[in-house]
Design a protein around this ligand. Sequence first.
Ligand SMILES: [Fe+2]
Ligand SMILES: [Fe+2]
Length: 470
Amino acid sequence: MTGIDYSQKIPNNVDLKSDKRLQRALERWQPDYIEWWKEAGPTDFNANDVYLRTAVSVDRDGWAHFDYVKMPDYRWGIFLTPSEEDRKIGFGDHYGEPAWQQVPGEYRGWLRRLIVTQADTEPASVEQQRLLAHTAPSLYDMRNLFQVNVEEGRHLWAMVYLLHSYFGKDGREEADELLERRSGNADHPRILTTFNEPCRDWLSFFCFTMFTDRDGKYQLLALAESGFDPLARTCRFMLTEEAYHMFVGQTGVARVVRRTCEVMNEFPDADPREHGAIPLDVIQRYVNFWASSSLDLFGAEVSSNSANFFSAGLKGRAHEEKFEDHLAQDAEFELERWKDDQLVRERVPLRNAMNEVLREAYIADNQKGVEYWNRECEKAGIDFRFTYPNRRFHRTIGEFAGAHFDPEGNPIDERTFAERQHEWLPTEKDRDYVESLMKPVTEPGKFAAWIAPPLRGINGQPIEFEYVRL
Ligand SMILES: [Fe+2]
Ligand SMILES: [Fe+2]
């Protein structure tokens, strides 16, 4: 069954109405969710019509439907990709056994933890971005922000469905707590650091959707391999939505770069700031900050948790089918470690390096995005190239936390880092400047001076379409 039943209070393709208890539990959670949205989401725009995409079926091309909707009326629901007949577990100690349709008792704790950690990031990002609409550089961008926000809300629904239907009372308690933690709240913060970082300006938003949402993509790819079939199917559908978030980030930064290059060509002797653009080195520092912070989200390079999750068949590698050996039993993985203030190459059991395997795939994907920005510079004939910072730079989790490295990954002492970090990370002056540019532009088809228009509009609509009715 791939059609979505929209006649229900909670749209779904999981035949929710046949499970009255679950349906009632989710219908009880629903008003709390709406209350959370109204309090912690983009509060001041709840009465406006926004041109949004909603899933109408989970078929390959039938799931995107565009229309004006007020955000609190968005049909958040529960959508899983159809089940694969006789699906087998694709990796780890249970390789080749039938995928689990129920939570395997011995892994209940680990599985719940994996789901809660993923779930917590979804509402967190909505909270981080809740004030951005007030300074949107265009209606097109404002609409994209809202699209990302409602879909993160739906991802929360996706995870809460799993908690409610498979984890009983403690699952329901976890679902309630997901609405109680708040991004950046000192007493009750979100679980992961990056999701407590303020995201006050649009350059941060674009970097966030480029790097942090892409972490989401890779976590979802790894969970989409899970032997726990409902989790795998949930994550597969989430991935179709996630792709758009990264498009927003990648093209968003590219448009900022394009605009700056235009200004640099028009006024070669001026500081781009004089003409309201963002200097390329400032953009690079924002990139360095969000890229390094997002690298932390993969966890420690050598990790017994990652080995446990892999062995148990709960969390695989991205595109597990591309690997030859799905057991990773006796295999080793060579990586760089930081020992006695030295970089040393070491071989560790592959299962303990699964975080690093996933991080590597993620880094390669990011690098392509950075090259895309560099093509903007090339096309404009501007002699500047963006770089993706080395994975050791500015880390607070794992092997390289506590030590200091430059963006090329060379070890440096604390003093050098302190003296030079203004070259590498956004300074107060950078932030003040970027924030000073954050003024709303709400006339259809008009864009703020620091960002170029997109190449095309949404769903074949023109760029000057009224994407949000204010
Ligand atoms: Fe998400
Ligand atoms: Fe996302």
